[in-house]
Design a protein around this ligand. Sequence first.
Ligand code: AP5
Length: 213
Amino acid sequence: MIVVLLGPPGSGKGTQAKRLSSERHWPQLSTGDMLRTAISKGTQVGLEAKALMDKGSLVPDSVVVRLIAERTEDADCKAGFVLDGFPRNAAQAEALDLMLSRMNRKVDRAVLFEISDQELVIRLSGRRTCIKCGAMFHLDHAQPKNPGICDACGSALIQRDDDHPDVIKKRLEVYHQQTEPVVGFYARQEKLKTVDARRKSSEVSAELHKALS
Ligand code: AP5
């Protein structure tokens, strides 16, 4: 099954994609994570992406479409995969359909995470991410056992460069202008389901499984 998780920054796509990936053994394909890996390795793609990501703007379509095209050819994507943060505009959604049709595949379900902008600002400004394994915590409602230290691997927790208030505002604007049209794209294909992303993580997970059944 090929699943697209859609929703504004901070709505919980990454949290649920990781969970779904471990429960159903589908890899999580996160363009944000792929770009952050490229930045940490200092590749050309990473150098170009960093300035745009730090401002809250989108990275060019050609870059992210290539990342996804290469990754979907890997053997572990055969049984299915979860797209997290891609597609992010109408052009990417069309490129994805074309790419998959050439492989005789298609998106089976798109799930929209619904939540207000106010809640997102609280979530993102309190998010802390493990520098090594990517595990996520929150200063108020998902605190690590030891402050600043990852429960999973013991590495340092950091605040993402794009989780500062001015950049969060810009990311939300970009979402409303460029990503919201993707919701209509999948609704017209009758593949769209929604989940209430304000609920507890375990409840969102249960709703997500229902949306995929
Ligand atoms: P990306 O990394 O994709 O970030 P995003 O979409 O902005 O989403 P986030 O990772 O911030 O949030 P999320 O929805 O995954 O929520 P999370 O689970 O982390 O993209 C970053 C940048 O890369 C973009 O701005 C762009 O520049 C570039 N980029 C990426 N893809 C691109 C593309 N396709 N095209 C062009 N550019 C691209 O949760 C957030 C917080 O909330 C955490 O602290 C978590 O613990 C907490 N939380 C999660 N669920 C719950 C819950 N149910 N209740 C309470 N707290 C919760």
